[in-house]
Design a protein around this ligand. Structure first.
Ligand code: SF4
Length: 379
């Protein structure tokens, strides 16, 4: 096996080493799985992993606990399912998040395919540099990390916006990919990449102005999506984004096309109901889409504390609308943005951070498990 890295942003070609084996990130083309791909992935998770897939906030899937000796065989199986980029370099630039509520025949998958091919030609882009294709009736990906956004203005015009700019400029659908690539090339040429890193928002904040007249503002965003039934299908959530292989296999039989979302939910177009399945959450009031926890101990070698059991104990007590992040160390992999309530493992217990309040350090894991409600200021 080659290309093994330690650190964040794993791929399939370049997995991440964790305490329990390799982590492979799978970036399905256009963010969707056919029934055959879903069935196949479920089989691979059961055969090579622990029977579980993780949904990520980049609308990707992860397999973990893969034995290094199985890596090559797993790559061959992913390639056979058309779920593998051509090589590690192509995979590195394949960072496209798609608003999942597109309609069959509207050209979104084709747009994503042409864009992925174009981005593969810009190898100087940083690994985290990403594009949001947010071309539904109103932007839904505004809170999702991206460097370039293709979205709608009020009235329906398509607009191209550099992340961090309040407004963008109108583009024609047929020119959209070329315009995105031109903006990405401008980012490189104007010095946005330093030591292989860099994000558009920080580049603009440093005083660089994106080219063109950027006067068109995006339409107001609707409320954040919640699990359950929509007019055009179902959003299926899972606790901590853990998707059991058996559930994915069952969904493959029920839905001809499964779409990944950056909210760690699956969108199942056209479905109005689902039977009870392991791990499935359809309650719109469920806290799970608002609860984030990294692998923590013992799965991550850098972890200073256990996270997932703690998050499960805390979730039922989470106030309505609040976000909770339980992190095994200060790196904060699971939720890079601030959360309403953050518990971070340190050398001497957990530190609790809440807005407007002093941090509380040295909290004991066992005591938190015994009285999770106290984290939220209840007795
Ligand atoms: S945040 Fe969690 S997963 Fe990331 S390095 Fe720290 S312990 Fe590991």
């Amino acid at each position: 096996m080659s290309g093994l890295i330690k650190g964040w942003c794993p791929g399939a070609h370049r997995p991440m080493a964790a305490a329990d084996g390799l982590i492979l990130r799978i970036r399905p083309p256009a963010g969707r799985l056919s029934a055959a791909q879903a069935r196949g992935l479920a089989r691979l998770a059961a055969r090579y992993g622990q029977g579980m897939l993780a949904l990520t906030t980049r609308a990707n899937l992860q397999l973990r606990a893969i034995a290094p000796a199985d890596h090559a065989a797993l790559l061959a199986e992913l390639a056979a399912l058309a779920l593998l980029d051509a090589d590690a370099a192509t995979e590195r630039t394949h960072n496209i998040v798609i608003a999942p509520f597109w309609r069959e025949g509207d050209g979104t998958p084709e747009l994503a395919a042409v864009l992925a091919a174009g981005l593969a030609g810009l190898q100087d882009l940083p690994a985290k540099f990403g594009v949001a294709l947010d071309t539904g009736p109103a932007p839904v990906l505004g809170a999702i990390s991206a460097d370039i956004r293709l979205e709608r203005a009020e009235g329906g015009a398509l607009l191209l916006r550099a992340d961090g700019a309040p407004a963008g400029r109108p583009v024609r659908a047929e020119d959209a990919v070329a315009e995105i690539l031109t903006l990405a090339a401008w980012f490189i040429a104007s010095g946005g990449v330093k030591n292989g890193r860099g994000r558009m928002r920080a580049h603009l904040a440093a005083g660089h102005l994106p080219p063109g007249q950027n006067l068109l503002r995006p339409a107001p965003a609707p409320a954040s999506p919640v699990p359950g039934t929509r007019a055009d299908g179902l959003l299926a959530a899972f606790s901590l984004g853990d998707l059991p292989a058996e559930t994915l296999a069952a969904l493959a039989e029920l839905s001809p096309g499964i779409r990944l979302t950056p909210w760690r939910m699956l969108f199942l177009p056209g479905l109005a109901a689902l039977p009870a399945l392991p791990g499935l959450v359809l309650d719109p009031a469920s806290p799970w889409p608002r609860v984030f926890a990294c692998a923590g101990r013992p799965l991550c070698a850098q972890a200073l504390g256990e996270t997932r059991l703690l998050a499960q104990a805390l979730a039922p007590h989470l106030p309505v609308g609040a976000t909770l992040h339980v992190s095994g160390c200060a790196k904060g992999c699971a939720h890079p943005r601030p959360a309403d309530i953050t518990l971070t493992a340190a050398n001497t217990g957990f530190t609790l951070a809440r807005p407007g309040m002093d941090d509380l350090a040295g909290l004991d894991h066992a005591a938190l498990l015994r009285h999770p409600e106290r984290v939220f200021g209840q007795s």
